[in-house]
Structures are given as structure tokens and as C-alpha cells.
Design a protein around this ligand. Structure first.
Ligand SMILES: [Zn+2]
Ligand SMILES: [Zn+2]
Length: 342
């Protein structure tokens, strides 16, 4: 089968590799669409924490059940599915505490535990336990389940007693998905920031009450101008540079939560003073659980039209190299690019 590899930094290649055999408890999925994620781009740059070239990429996919491995039954061939690209052990302290996404023995695609396979191939094997039926969600949209589950997981981390005001820093795929689902979580007043006007225009069309270009405007002043001088109680960080924590702390009202989903690797220094005197909650949000995948699939049903607007292009897998170049060079406006795998 054809499989897309980051062969070296900035080099995408298509290899011919054997179709994987589904093992005990596994299902072989025939891929339909696969989304290119920011983390695939990190790997393309040679900067991903564990996906180092040469490596097969991809973890956001939709497809259909093609073969059942030994011990698997009850799944119809041709069933439209997506895969939660994360296998947990069920036995470690995190798993026992009901936090499978923080499993100490977690297995992710492109690692030896997943036989080095990523989702950018014509077929992808996965344990039946992480297979999620898509129902009547169209397959192209189904490839957005994974980033949407990142967004639903983050929403589940916001303290329940918080108010209805929300700042979203970053209007990329995750920021825009957060924006689309935020009203369903009770948020009524949403300000979003980015450095690209086109992303902000889309954010406005998708319901943002304020969309601020922080390459021209001061983010903290904009937030205080919009929500009042105390700032905002809920700040989601879906993009940003080294000074983003300090900015977020400045725009946070007392008792606020600042939730990071962006993986900012540039070192940053900060003073603890605002964390203490405003009693801030600085939280992270990592990946998702099967419950988040279920919520994400429900949102794909109920919010198909707005979520579809994030699919900027669908390109055949043979054009993966150009797709990565578009995203890397920002040579055209693109939120999510899907590769058509078959
Ligand atoms: Zn992803
Ligand atoms: Zn575990």
C-alpha cells in the first residue's frame, strides 16, 4: 500500500509498504480521508518530540472497516469509522484513576507500539477498543473527529462554576473548533485572537463576538476593552509565543482559568505574583478519551455546516508534499487540509 513518510526534515515521500495484518483484537481500517495536523507539521520540520524522520505520519483519519483480526466480532465490513489514535494500558495509576489519556504506557501512531504505522496510508490497523463508528457523519467530516475531540476535552477541563465569557487565543483548527462548540457549553460572549486576518474573518462568520488581530492590536487591552477592566474568567490558549502565559495572566480576572492546549516549546519566564493574588488556575489539556470522541462525533452530526467550513482543501494523497508545503509556507489560506486516501 502507499504510505506517506517524512523522509527527512522538509521532505515528504510516498513509500510502498505491505498492507498491515490485523492482529488479535485489531481491526484493519481502509482509510478514506486523513487530516494534516499541526503535529504532523512539527514532524515535517524535524521538531516533533517523538516522531523523528524518517517516520510515517498521520493520526486523524476516517475510513471503513476492511478486515477483522482474530477475536474481533460484531463489526460489519464497510462500517464507517474513525480511530482514537491512542491506546492505553488499563493498569497504570492514571488508567486506574480514570485518566486513560494520561496512561504511562500510552501507545501512539508512528511509534514501535503501533508498528511504526501512521494514518497516512491506504490501510491502518487499530484495536477494536479505539474504533469509533461515525454513523451517518460523512467520511470527509469524520476525519475531523480527532481535533474536535481535542476541543471537547479542553472544554471538559474548564471549571463548571465559571461564567459565560471566553477568550480563545489562536484561530487555527483547534481555536475555531472551540469557537464552534463553545455556545453548547454555555459560553455567550467570545473573543478570539489570531495574527491572520483570514482566520479572524472566518471566526467572525462562525460566531465570534470579537476577533482581534494581535499583530496590530494589544491583546490585553482588547480583552479588557471587551469584557471590562477585570478581564475574562476563561482563557483558552490554542496558539501563541513565549510571552503568552504572561499575557494570559494579565487578561485573566481573579479566579480565572487559563487552559493550554497549544504546545509552546519556546522557553518563557514569568513572575508568580498574578497567579497568587488572582488565585489563577493554570491548566493543561492533553488529547482525549473515548467520551470526548463520542461528544466530537455528536458535534459532527449537529454542527456539520460550520465544521465543514474548516476543511480548506481536499487533496489526493499523491499530492501530500504540496499539501505540507502549503501549510508550511502559508502560501494560501488553509485551516485544515485533508488527504484523500482512496
Ligand atoms: Zn491532530
Ligand atoms: Zn495506563
Amino acid at each position: 500500500m502507499k504510505a506517506i513518510y517524512a523522509e527527512a526534515p522538509y521532505v515528504i515521500g510516498i513509500r510502498d509498504i505491505p498492507v498491515p495484518e490485523p492482529r488479535e483484537g485489531e481491526v484493519l481500517v481502509k482509510a478514506a480521508y486523513a487530516g494534516i495536523c499541526g503535529s504532523d507539521l512539527h514532524a515535517y520540520h524535524g521538531k516533533h518530540a517523538f516522531r523523528k524522520p524518517p517516520v510515517m505520519l498521520g493520526h486523524e483519519l476516517s475510513g471503513t472497516v476492511a478486515r477483522l483480526g482474530p477475536g474481533v466480532s460484531g463489526l460489519a465490513l464497510g462500517l464507517p469509522v474513525t480511530v482514537m489514535p491512542q491506546i492505553n494500558c488499563g493498569a497504570c495509576a492514571a488508567c486506574r484513576k480514570g485518566r486513560p489519556h494520561l496512561c504511562e504506557n500510552r501507545i501512539m501512531p508512528s511509534t514501535p507500539g503501533w508498528r511504526g504505522l501512521g494514518a497516512f496510508g491506504e490501510y491502518f490497523p487499530a484495536p477494536a477498543s479505539v474504533l469509533c463508528p461515525l454513523g451517518d457523519v460523512p467520511l470527509d467530516l469524520g476525519a475531523l473527529t480527532e481535533p474536535l475531540a481535542v476541543a471537547t476535552h479542553l472544554m471538559s477541563r474548564i471549571p463548571r462554576d465559571h461564567d459565560e465569557n471566553l477568550v480563545i487565543i489562536g484561530a487555527g483548527t483547534i481555536g475555531l473548533l472551540l469557537l464552534i462548540i463553545a455556545p453548547s457549553y454555555g459560553f455567550k460572549k467570545i473573543l478570539i485572537t489570531d495574527i491572520q486576518d483570514e482566520n479572524l474573518r472566518l471566526a467572525r462568520e462562525l460566531g465570534a463576538h470579537a476577533a482581534v488581530n494581535v499583530s496590530r492590536e494589544d491583546a490585553v487591552a482588547a480583552v479588557k476593552g471587551f469584557f471590562g477592566p477585570q478581564g475574562c474568567e476563561n482563557i483558552l490558549v490554542a496558539a501563541g509565543g513565549p510571552d503568552i502565559l504572561e499575557q494570559a495572566m494579565e487578561m485573566a480576572r481573579p479566579g480565572a482559568a487559563i487552559l493550554f492546549v497549544a504546545m509552546i516549546t519556546a522557553p518563557s519566564s514569568f513572575v508568580s505574583y498574578p497567579i497568587v493574588y488572582k488565585e489563577l488556575n493554570i491548566l493543561g489539556s492533553f488529547n482525549y478519551t473515548l467520551e470526548d470522541f463520542a461528544s466530537a462525533i455528536a458535534f459532527l452530526h449537529s454542527h456539520e455546516a460550520p465544521i465543514r467550513r474548516l476543511i480548506s482543501r481536499v487533496m489526493p494523497m499523491e499530492q501530500a508534499a504540496s499539501a505540507f508545503e502549503i501549510l508550511d509556507r502559508k502560501s494560501e489560506f488553509a485551516v485544515k487540509i485533508l488527504l484523500q486516501m482512496s
